[in-house]
Design a protein around this ligand. Sequence first.
Ligand SMILES: Cc1cc2nc3c(=O)[nH]c(=O)nc-3n(C[C@H](O)[C@H](O)[C@H](O)COP(=O)(O)OP(=O)(O)OC[C@H]3O[C@@H](n4cnc5c(N)ncnc54)[C@H](O)[C@@H]3O)c2cc1C
Length: 388
Amino acid sequence: MSTAEVYDNIVIGAGIQGSFTAYHLVKKKQKTLLLEQFALPHTRGSSHGQTRIIRKTYDQDFYTHMMDECYKLWAQLEREASVKLYRQTGLLVMGPENSKSYCSYKSTLEKNKIPMVVLTPENFNQHITNVILADGDGAFVDTTAGVLYADRALKVVQGQFQKLGGVIKDHEKVIDIKTGQIVTVSTFAGVYQAKGLVITAGPWTNKLLAHIDLHLPLEVVKINVCYWKEKIPDSYNVKKCFPCFILTEGEEAKDHIYGLPSNEYPGLMKICYHNGSKTDPDQRDMQTGRADVDILRRYIARCFKGLIPEPSLVENCMYTFTPDHHFVLDRHPGYGNIVIGAGFSGHGFKFGPVIGKLLCELSLGEVPSYDLSPFRVSRFQSKILSSL
Ligand SMILES: Cc1cc2nc3c(=O)[nH]c(=O)nc-3n(C[C@H](O)[C@H](O)[C@H](O)COP(=O)(O)OP(=O)(O)OC[C@H]3O[C@@H](n4cnc5c(N)ncnc54)[C@H](O)[C@@H]3O)c2cc1C
C-alpha cells in the first residue's frame, strides 16, 4: 500500500531517541510519522527493560550541563502524563582514589556544584551497608541521581506523541530510502514521503545508512543484563534507599560496573558490566559470550557479600559504541534534510528528552541549544565511508 501524503518529517526507529524526537517534532506542529520495524513494545533493541540510571556524574562538563535540562524535561513529561518516571536514590561512585576516571567524575560534580556527599573508608559502612569498599578506593554519592522507569517512559512519550496527532506505524521495517528534497522511505508495507528524515535506528543504524552512502564507525555489542539474588531479602532494595552505583574501574574491571537497587524483580538486584561481545543486531541471540558475567561474578563475590554470586536471571540488550563513546547528533554530510542520532554508547537513555529536542532542532534547521561539536560525524573523518 502506498500513500500520497507528504509528512513534514519521518523518524525511523521508535526507541527512546526516535520517540522523543518525534514528540518534539509534533510539539512544533510538524506532521510526523514514526516508523518501527517490530511490533511495539519490543525487547530487541536498546531501550527496553524497566529501569535505567539517571545521573549528573560525568567526566565531561557538557554531559553534566545537558543533564540539568534533562531532569527538567523528564519532570515536565511526568506532569504532562501524570505518571511517575523518576525515583531519586542517589548514585554511589567508587573507584581507585587517584585514578583518572574517578577523579574526573568527582571534579566535574565539584566544578558544577552538584550536591554530593564524600564518604571515607571509616564512615563508608555507616552510610552504605552490605558493600565492601576496596582498599585504595574513594567513594562519593551524587545525591541528585536515581532510577528512570524506562519501559514506562517509552510508552508515555509515544503516547504523548500520538495524543498530539503524531502517527506511529510499527511492524514496518524500512527497507529503502531515496534521497531528494522530498525523501521517500519504503517499508515492507508501504511507501512514505517527507520533507525531512531522522534516523534513530540504534544498533541497526549502519544497515540503514547503507541506503544513503554512509558508514559510521559504530560497534554493536550484546550486554548480558544480570540480576543477582539477595541472600537476605531487601538488603539492596530501592524502598530501603539503597542507591544505584558505579565502580569506575577495579581489580576485575577495565570498563565500569554499575548496578541498580532491587526493584523490578523482588529480591533481585541488577548489576551489569559496561561492555559486552560484538554482535550483529539481527543475530543478537546467537552471541553467547559470557566474559562480562565472569567479571561480575568475581566482583560480587568480593564486594557484594549479601548477593549470591551467580546470576538468577540474564536478559539481553545492546549498546552501540562510537570509538570515543560520545553520541552522533548531526546532519548527513551529503543530504541536509537527513538527520542522524546514533552511537549512544550505553549511556543515552537519560538524555532522551534533550537528544529528541536537539534532533528536532537539527531537522528544522534551527540553531541547536547546545554545542554539538563533540557529536559531529566529521570527527570520524578517517573512519567514515562515504561515496559522496
Ligand atoms: C543493558 C543496558 C543498560 C543501560 N543503562 C543505561 C543507563 O543506566 N542510563 C542511560 O542513560 N542509558 C543506559 N543505557 C543506554 C540506553 O538505553 C540507550 O542509549 C538508548 O536506549 C538507545 O536508544 P535508541 O533509540 O538509540 O536505540 P533503540 O532503543 O535500539 O531504538 C532503535 C529502534 O530503531 C528500530 N529500527 C532499526 N532499524 C529499523 C528499520 N529498518 N525500520 C524501522 N525501525 C528500525 C529498532 O527496532 C529500535 O526499536 C543502557 C543500555 C543497555 C542495553
